[in-house]
Ligand binder design. Structure first.
Ligand SMILES: Cc1ncc(COP(=O)(O)O)c(C=O)c1O
Length: 358
């Protein structure tokens, strides 16, 4: 039977809500009323071609690439799906990092790829060792998939490691898919997209996590022109034409994106400071520290995080993401950047459950 579901998405939609919701990965919603856009310039119908030129140009400028390389799609979710569907055939070997964002694995399985995993480890600060990939690559490998920043840990993969990935992929004629949806949450010296590192790279991203406009579903793929064209043709089978008022709003967001990013950044920075102070005080909890990103992956020294997370939600109205969704049941993910008062109270409640466990 083909794999046709995502346990993580199901949990996220049905069980992650709580008064103190630290199960997030994106920043607070940016309200429409704060976006300088004339609502009477919106229209319902207006474009049904292959890539709305003003949006393609805005994405291309933001990423520093040629507009021909930009394929728009609904969020990073559909960007990942379309990119993988265009690249892999049933039975192709696909190497995916562990731990990984569940839906990436689900899509690869749905496409009937032969999924193999390569590890990131806590000991190396969750940064991938090129040898971990070298050890499992074979002539059947068609695609290597990573997230950068890494979900759930926010580890940043440096360019020299990414370049080695490119070399490894090239040696067997494979590609490297880098999901960069969190990369702009490196607020200082934001790295350039890995798409610029060589022809093996395909990149996905969106405005959903770092800019607070998830509801617009503005996502995209960066791919070399031939592959980008193949993706556009395949998309005729998926969503055919885009939501036109959405395209107009996406373009408006790109015009003011620094305003959106800076607004969110203030909350992310304040939450990160609280998290740092909190972790220092918690003997039963540890996490690899990063100065960027919207999530942190904490390890519970003692016991199963599932029980902990369940108690936290049912008794303390606070949610975090159980590590089992990343294949690491003694961890859980904490999200920053929504509301600092809520975050502080959520941490306080995590502390209470931890102290009860002593
Ligand atoms: C690594 C990663 N990729 C993609 C997505 C989905 O993003 P979008 O909301 O842009 O579809 C998420 C959401 O959590 C994610 O963590």
């Amino acid at each position: 039977m083909t794999h046709k579901h995502s346990d993580y998405m199901h949990w996220s939609k049905t069980q992650s809500r709580a008064r103190f919701n630290l199960a997030t990965s994106g920043v607070a919603s940016f309200p429409l009323r704060e976006l300088p856009v004339e609502l009477d310039t919106l229209e319902i119908n207006g474009y049904d071609g292959y890539g709305y030129p003003p949006l393609q140009k805005a994405i291309a400028t933001h990423q520093g690439v040629d507009p021909e390389c930009v394929v728009e799609h609904a969020g990073t979710s559909m960007a990942n799906h379309l990119a993988m569907a265009a690249i892999i055939e049933p039975g192709d070997e696909v190497l995916i990092e562990h731990p990984a964002y569940g839906p990436i694995l689900d899509v690869a399985r749905y496409l009937q790829a032969d999924v193999k995993r390569f590890p990131r480890t806590e000991e190396t600060g969750w940064v991938i060792e090129p040898n971990a990939v070298r050890d499992c690559i074979t002539p059947r490998t068609r695609l290597i998939v990573i997230t950068n920043l890494h979900n759930p840990t926010s580890a940043l993969t440096p360019d020299w490691v990414l370049r080695e990935f490119g070399d490894i992929a090239r040696s067997v004629g494979a590609l490297v898919l880098v999901d960069e949806v969190y990369l702009d949450a490196v607020y200082e010296r934001t790295p350039r997209t890995s798409f610029c590192l060589g022809p093996e790279f395909v990149v996905t991203s969106s405005l959903t996590k770092v800019y607070g406009v998830s509801g617009l579903r503005c996502g995209w793929i960066l791919a070399h022109p031939d592959l980008a064209w193949k993706m556009r043709r395949l998309n005729d089978l998926y969503s055919a034409t885009p939501v036109y008022p959405g395209l107009l709003l996406d373009v408006a967001v790109f015009k003011h994106m620094n305003r959106l990013r800076e607004k969110a950044r203030r909350i992310v920075d304040a939450d990160r400071k609280l998290l740092q102070d909190f972790l220092v005080k918690q003997a039963g909890l540890s996490a690899v520290w990063t100065d960027w990103g919207t999530t942190s992956f904490a390890q519970l020294e003692d016991g199963n995080a599932d029980d902990f997370v369940e108690r936290l939600r049912t008794k303390f109205d606070t949610s975090v993401v159980p590590g089992r969704f990343f294949g690491m049941p003694d961890h859980f993910r904490i999200g920053m950047g929504v509301n600092t008062e809520m975050f502080a109270e959520g941490l306080e409640r995590i502390g209470q459950v931890l102290s009860q466990a002593d």
